[in-house]
Design a protein around this ligand. Structure first.
Ligand SMILES: Cc1ncc(COP(=O)(O)OP(=O)(O)O)c(N)n1
Ligand SMILES: Cc1nc(C(=O)O)sc1CCOP(=O)(O)O
Length: 533
């Protein structure tokens, strides 16, 4: 049997053609743009017309050596000698279709949950169409949107089988990389392709639309992300890390990246002031309508759910999605995630929608995220003495998060506390700077998110895009960015705390802002207390 390339799977829908656009012209242009497999999907067409369209489409696809699949209608598939048939859960069962179709006919089936995947395996499907991965307006969905983490669970069930998998539903060039990176099983089982309807069929220039998608898929494959899932550099030493952080300090000052922050009401002004003091530039915008424009110009996004309300949630969803589409760092602070079911659900939704570059939390927050009972929360704070083995814990959470993404640059996890632990899943940095007064003011943790975002923006801006980086979600060293942000805050806190004008928490904050603005390479080199494990 010839090998089928499922990379860019066009599913047709003539209703979506722009006014005046001819269907066959659109199909040919899509084929020229790089579509690798085509499904003819005619929901309301008479048999005679469907047959005619399928015959002519088959001719066209044959000329481009691209396989043609027929949606739902086995009779049409037989009549045009299609390469395959796609069936839904309420159509003819795969096992029956298999008996009726010639040997070697490809049979695909739609799946929305693990039971349907199980059945597809039993029935001997060649591929599954997993959807809807995102919301879509192309079809009325009668089953839940799955999200990339849901797709990952289904791919896990396909481990060890030869069944191929494509995701479908709401896939656009904007979320394509996120879809490919995020849809991965813990064993690194990735999608074989993506199925797209409106992005190509609705385009006036389908050749360009298909080529854009095809290029992103190729760059994802070229970047070798699939094979590098857990391999991160372990060439860090204390010296290289400090040199790197000093470089980032200077870069923040020189380039003053715009840091878009959707943060909580308690700390908006403090976070903005800290960002300015570091040398970056804050924008504290929350309205969904401006998220796309901001993602074009910001250097990094910070999302902090401290005082979450539904309108802000909408903004967070959109901001992260657009930041991912622009490959900007996303720093996520799941404040108080263990405190309520509402927060847990919200965090699940956000993480299923976009990819964080850095997740920062205190012990209770990360315990809740990792499903551990070792540390309990009291509102937004942790109770007790923390983890017995924080180094292993943070490394494991980073590994677990990385398993939700194929990207070799995601995801760094910061466990904040008296001692801060930062891991990329391989390396762990242990940082012992800081001062007790930080815990006597509100929002020092939230401010550290602003510092991390500023340094991650610098890390991204310094990175040179190499050929193999083009398929990554974000480029630049996010591990260094996270370390740099934490060191900037904690070292400045040490200096602020011992100033003569500081009498307690009230006078500490203004002094902290001063020290953030005065921080120098020399101070970092002299004061950083860091181990790399
Ligand atoms: C590749 C792929 N995946 C899923 C579907 C959806 O098929 P189905 O469930 O039969 O729904 P309709 O397409 O018939 O509306 C698909 N067509 N292709
Ligand atoms: C045909 C189809 N099937 C889906 C499923 O979930 O099974 S979603 C879908 C439509 C996908 O269209 P677009 O790429 O325009 O979002």
């Amino acid at each position: 049997m010839t090998l089928i390339d499922y990379s860019l799977y066009l599913v047709t829908d003539r209703k979506l053609l722009p006014p005046g656009k001819d269907y066959f012209e659109s199909l040919e242009q899509s084929l020229r743009g790089g579509v690798t497999i085509v499904q003819i999907r005619e929901k309301d067409t008479d048999t005679a017309e469907f047959l005619d369209i399928a015959l002519r489409s088959k001719d066209l696809c044959d000329r481009y050596k691209v396989p043609l699949i027929v949606n739902d209608r086995l009779d049409i598939a037989l009549a045009v000698q299609a390469d395959g048939l796609h069936v839904g859960q309420r159509d003819m069962p795969v096992s029956v279709a298999r008996k009726l179709l010639p040997a070697n006919t490809i049979i695909g089936v739609s799946c929305n949950n693990l039971q349907e995947i199980e059945k597809a395996i039993q029935d001997g499907a060649d591929y599954v169409g997993i959807g809807a991965v995102w919301a879509t307006t192309t079809k009325d969905l009668d089953k839940p949107v799955i999200g990339v983490r849901g797709v990952g669970e289904m791919l896990q069930r396909l481990d060890g089988t030869s069944i191929k998998a494509v995701a479908i539903g709401g896939i656009k060039s904007q979320n394509l990389l996120r879809t490919l990176h995020g849809s991965v099983s813990p064993n690194n089982h990735a999608l074989d392709g993506v199925a797209v309807v409106s992005e190509i069929m609705g385009s006036l220039i389908p050749e360009q639309a298909a080529a854009r998608l095809s290029e992103l898929i190729s760059s994802f494959k070229r970047s070798g992300c699939i094979h590098k899932a857990l391999s991160v550099s372990s060439d860090y030493s204390v010296t290289t890390v400090i040199d790197g952080v000093v470089d980032l300090l200077n870069c923040v000052r020189e380039r003053s990246p715009l840091i878009h922050q959707i943060t909580n009401n308690v700390v908006i002004a403090q976070s903005a002031n800290a960002t300015i003091a570091l040398g970056a530039s804050p924008i504290m915008a929350t309205t969904v309508q401006e998220m796309e424009d901001l993602a074009k110009i910001h250097g990094a996004l910070l999302v902090n759910i401290g005082t979450l309300v539904p309108t802000a949630y909408e903004g967070m969803m959109a901001a992260g999605t657009f930041a991912n589409a622009r490959r900007k760092p996303v720093v996520f602070d799941p404040v108080g995630v263990g405190a309520s079911e509402f927060r847990k659900k919200a965090v699940g939704g956000l993480l299923n929608t976009w990819q964080s570059s850095v997740i920062k939390g205190n012990a209770a927050e990360l315990a809740a995220l990792a499903g551990s009972n070792e540390v309990q929360s009291k509102g937004v704070d942790s109770v007790g003495s923390g983890f017995k083995d924080p180094v292993s814990f943070v490394r494991n959470v980073a590994r677990k998060e990385r398993k939700h993404s194929i990207s070799s640059s995601c995801c760094v996890v910061v466990l904040s506390g008296k001692i801060d632990y930062i891991s990329d899943g391989t390396n762990v940095a242990v940082l012992e700077n800081g001062h007790e007064l930080l815990s006597k003011m509100t929002g020092s943790g939230c401010i550290s998110g602003s510092c991390i975002a500023s340094y991650c923006a610098a890390a991204m801006s310094k990175a040179q895009m190499a050929e193999e980086d083009q398929g990554k979600m974000v480029i630049g060293d996010m591990f260094l960015g996270a370390i740099g942000g934490i060191l900037a805050l904690t070292i400045s806190a040490e200096l602020a705390a011992v100033r003569d004008d500081v009498k307690g928490p009230g006078t500490f904050f203004p002094a902290l802002i001063d020290e953030l603005s005065l921080l120098s390479s020399r101070i970092i080199r002299e004061r950083a207390r860091i181990q790399i494990l």
